[in-house]
Write a protein that binds this ligand. Sequence first.
Ligand SMILES: Nc1nc2c(ncn2[C@@H]2O[C@H](COP(=O)(O)OP(=O)(O)OP(=O)(O)O)[C@@H](O)[C@H]2O)c(=O)[nH]1
Ligand SMILES: [Mg+2]
Ligand SMILES: [Zn+2]
Length: 324
Amino acid sequence: MSSPEGLVLRIDAKVCHVEVDGERRQLPLAGKLFEVKTHEKRPLAVGDRIVLDATGQAIDAVLPRSSQLHRRAASEGEEQAQVLAANLTHVLAVQSVASPPFQPELVDGVLAAAARERIPATLVLSKIDLDPAAAKRWSAVYAHAGVHLVATSTAAGHETTAANAELARLLHENRSVVVGLSGAGKSSLLNRLLPGITLRTGDLNHIRQGRHTTTHTELLPLPGGGHVLDTPGVRNFHLFCVGSQEMQFLFPEIAARLPQCEYRSCLHDGEARCAVQQAVAAGEIPASRFQSYRTMLHDALQAERPGSKAKAPARGGARRRPRR
Ligand SMILES: Nc1nc2c(ncn2[C@@H]2O[C@H](COP(=O)(O)OP(=O)(O)OP(=O)(O)O)[C@@H](O)[C@H]2O)c(=O)[nH]1
Ligand SMILES: [Mg+2]
Ligand SMILES: [Zn+2]
């Protein structure tokens, strides 16, 4: 008889909640799987499919993932990846236009991480009732980047009915993860879009004191199809092991200009006759996107320096000299 399989729904400090044959079990985060050191901070993520051992009370193995959303973990010593969720088909990057203010580097980090895994992503511009002009400005920036964007508000009298319906449809068709700053309105939005879901939402004073309202990630099966993972707010989203040459391909509007740069291996970082830098100067590529790209590029270059504690990039390579 083959060992039973399970689906990881939630991970706490010492146990994980797993669905096995339609039933929920709590299993310890212990055993051989947790003893092997890998580049991942923890060998298990919400959304993982696992194989149980013969006792049915411990995890024997994790099945290969179809996708994963990960970021660089803040850790001492060797760099590690923190996998936020596994086996996803959609990423919702939620960012408010105000309160808390829009943070382009965080949004661009999430979008780049999704692009690298080839997971379709939607940018949800939330709380547009608070600053409609900013909503327009950011919509233009991301339309230019070819990003699928939905602008929402759940405030009474400002509710965005068509946008909410579009998001609800996406949620029912996918296994989605919802990522963004604490207080961006992730849980509020899910409560509004999904009848029967009642997630705790917070007030901003609480959040300003550094406390998140959502404190764990839990995979929720949705009546009517689909699964969603609401996550606690993240403050940053640094990419894990993306090579400097690979970086621009996570920013489609930047990569599109590469053929017009003088150097085939142009990184758009001070090189002469660079079409990207010209397009930024002419206002054809939004400055915020270029700024995010530069920050991430410098991060990658730093990691590639000899003696860096980061591992060599899994894909892409070291910076090559520009050549004609
Ligand atoms: N004006 C306005 N306020 C909103 C909107 N959506 C949510 N809020 C408020 O924003 C605050 C934070 O909302 P949450 O849904 O708890 O935010 P969250 O992103 O889930 O936060 P964490 O769980 O801490 O990551 C609450 O006070 C909500 O009432 C909106 O569309 N407009
Ligand atoms: Mg929340
Ligand atoms: Zn260039």
